[in-house]
Design a protein around this ligand. Structure first.
Ligand code: FES
Ligand SMILES: [Fe+2]
Length: 414
């Protein structure tokens, strides 16, 4: 879109700098940010490579030797459970001639064997054969390249960079608040993969406001205060009502030994949040009728723990209720395409058909997600128009979108 992109590295650098400088704060990005292959490449190189990314869930690899792969751009990462039960990750590229070692999505075995010439690696990434005589290099020099990995109360994160953005404080906060939900003892009840024809930023921008909720999410708005909170800006009576309900919910959370929360959608910190939110009166979980859809998870003995919202730029959000959690993972595929995986987790002992059914578990987040993907795809089509001009954000309903865009521009300008 617009300015032609020169090919050299320094010219590209100049192009990005000019694009960032031309941004008018308080409104959406210029079209090129959502459509240009060059900007997309810079997004991956400058931002996705440096940030912690949600890869999957610990229940995908319950036993030593279990692995799954996660691809971001040209990189593929093997996430596995090693002999000691720890989660580790490695670049999925063989130290011989570079083939993918694990070409599939998931598997299990005590060793990782490259399909090309059958070099085998242990679960610690070390080459298992003696390479000195035939290849002139000691096998210690031919281990798989490690990738930083963290298991945070059942959520598995990786970082492609050896020196990622510091995130220990966030992991500690998430670990503490998520632990009672028992996600480490959960099982995957269902997952749906979507190929959404929209830039990853449009999808995250959409996530950062609930201005669109009333016209688009009839199921979601019944359970949560996001829209009520928005309306409260215009109706002082509603402010008092929402504040009172939040106070009541917090008293209950305290009694349950949980962290307190509020009905705000702002970030806890610059690019992440982990905050409990009360559900509407009459709702103990995010279901169509407010009634439980699965057995209590983790340490919970009583219903009504609200919903623990975790949001991490650039690729993850999750709502953990007391009976199920629903996580969303974004993976950029191209300037106008993002792979999205939505996954539902329930207690590991719960039996489908007896303790829960998918027709009760899925609807709120399946419908809400699919409604969002429609919106995002229409947004992508619109910003690709030759007549697209960035508009303005609402000062009361879209300040979190402005916050996301400001964060993005700082990251891309680094
Ligand atoms: S490329 Fe892996 S064994 Fe040859
Ligand atoms: Fe939405």
């Amino acid at each position: 879109m617009g300015t032609p992109v020169p090919p050299s590295e320094s010219a590209r650098e100049g192009y990005v700098r000019r694009m960032v400088a031309a941004h008018r704060p308080g409104g959406p990005l210029a079209g090129a940010f959502y459509t240009s292959a060059d900007i997309f490449r810079e997004d991956l190189a400058r931002l996705w490579s440096r940030h912690w990314l949600y890869a999957g869930h610990s229940c995908q690899i319950p036993r030593p030797g279990d692995w799954f792969t996660y691809a971001i751009g040209a990189d593929s990462v093997i996430v596995l459970r090693d002999e000691r039960g720890e989660v580790r990750a490695f670049h999925n590229t063989c130290r011989h001639r570079g083939s993918r070692v694990c070409p599939g999505e998931a598997g299990s075995g005590r060793r990782l064997t490259c399909p090309y010439h059958a070099w085998s690696y242990g679960l610690d990434g070390r080459l298992l054969m003696d390479s000195k005589a035939d290849f002139g290099l000691d096998r210690s020099e031919l281990s798989l390249h490690p990738v930083k990995a963290r298991n945070v109360a059942g959520l598995l994160f990786i970082a492609l960079s050896d020196d990622p953005v510091p995130f220990e404080h966030a992991f500690a906060d998430i670990e503490r608040k998520l632990r009672p939900h028992g996600l480490e003892r959960a099982k995957l009840a269902h997952k749906i993969d979507y190929a959404v024809k929209a830039n990853w930023k449009l999808i995250f921008e959409n996530n950062r406001e609930c201005y669109h909720c009333a016209p688009n999410h009839p199921e979601y708005v019944k359970a949560t205060y996001d829209v009520a909170r928005d309306d409260a800006h215009h109706d002082p009576k509603r402010v008092a009502e929402v504040d009172r309900l939040v106070d009541e919910a917090n008293a209950r959370f305290r009694a349950l030994g949980l962290d307190e929360g509020d009905a705000l959608s702002a970030m806890t910190d610059e690019h992440w949040r982990c905050r409990r939110a009360p559900l509407m009166k009459g709702f103990t979980t995010q279901s169509l009728d407010g009634k439980p859809v699965a057995p209590l998870m983790g340490d919970f003995k009583e219903r009504d723990a609200g919903t623990l919202r975790i949001t991490i730029f650039p690729n993850f959000w999750q709502h953990a209720n007391d009976d199920y959690a629903c996580s969303t993972r974004l993976t950029p595929v191209g300037p106008a395409e993002t792979h999205v995986r939505v996954a539902w987790y329930v207690d590991g002992e719960a039996v489908e058909g007896k303790d829960y059914t998918l027709d009760r578990l899925l609807p709120v987040w399946q419908r809400t997600s699919e409604q969002d993907w429609d919106i995002c795809q229409w947004n992508q089509q619109g910003v690709s128009s030759s007549r697209y001009v960035p508009g303005r954000y609402s000062l009361t309903r879209e300040q979190n979108v402005a916050h996301f865009v400001d964060w993005y521009l700082r990251e891309i300008a680094r």
